[in-house]
Ligand binder design. Sequence first.
Ligand code: PRP
Ligand code: MN
Ligand code: MG
Length: 182
Amino acid sequence: MYDGDIASVLITEQEISDKVTELAKQVADDHPEGDSDLVLITVLKGAVMFMADLARALPVPVQLEFMAVSSYGSSTSSSGVVRILKDLDRDIADRNVVIVEDIIDSGLTLSWLLKNLQSRRPRSLEVCTLLRKPDAVKVEVPVKYVGFDIPNEFVVGYGLDYAERYRDLPYIGTLDPKVYSS
Ligand code: PRP
Ligand code: MN
Ligand code: MG
């Protein structure tokens, strides 16, 4: 599949699976089954694979919410100004909430999202991201659960896309530069 487009495998399917188990344990330790279920909020579309695996690895009941956002400004760099295309279906007031992200790059989207969700008065609000690029960060966001810190390279797979492709790869890899230039 995608013959020759992937330059190298950065994180294997097994490594992802092990990390999901580890992160699920951390989240569950902090959120034992209580009077109301934990709410996982996913921002479409990159984080859907991670959310699906994390939700099934968590030994506590969770409810799933989805948001779709689009950032204003140039298409190559996010401006941090965000428009909501699809909002949550439910109120999160007084709920324990974990935002599930596939990757934190500049941190701009997440920074906006945290402010937006915080204003809805959840009981708690944390972030769980599979990947983070420390060298690309433009705005520091408090992130409680991080899977892997990775170099500032373009990565695809396990939900992450280039021009909407490669999300379906079961591992995370770097893209061959020939893909950008063709
Ligand atoms: C990607 C990724 C994160 C965000 C991180 O989403 O899935 O949500 O960018 O970037 P930032 O830290 O610089 O804000 P994208 O906007 O590509 O949409 P997608 O999830 O549908 O691929
Ligand atoms: Mn995304
Ligand atoms: Mg994308």
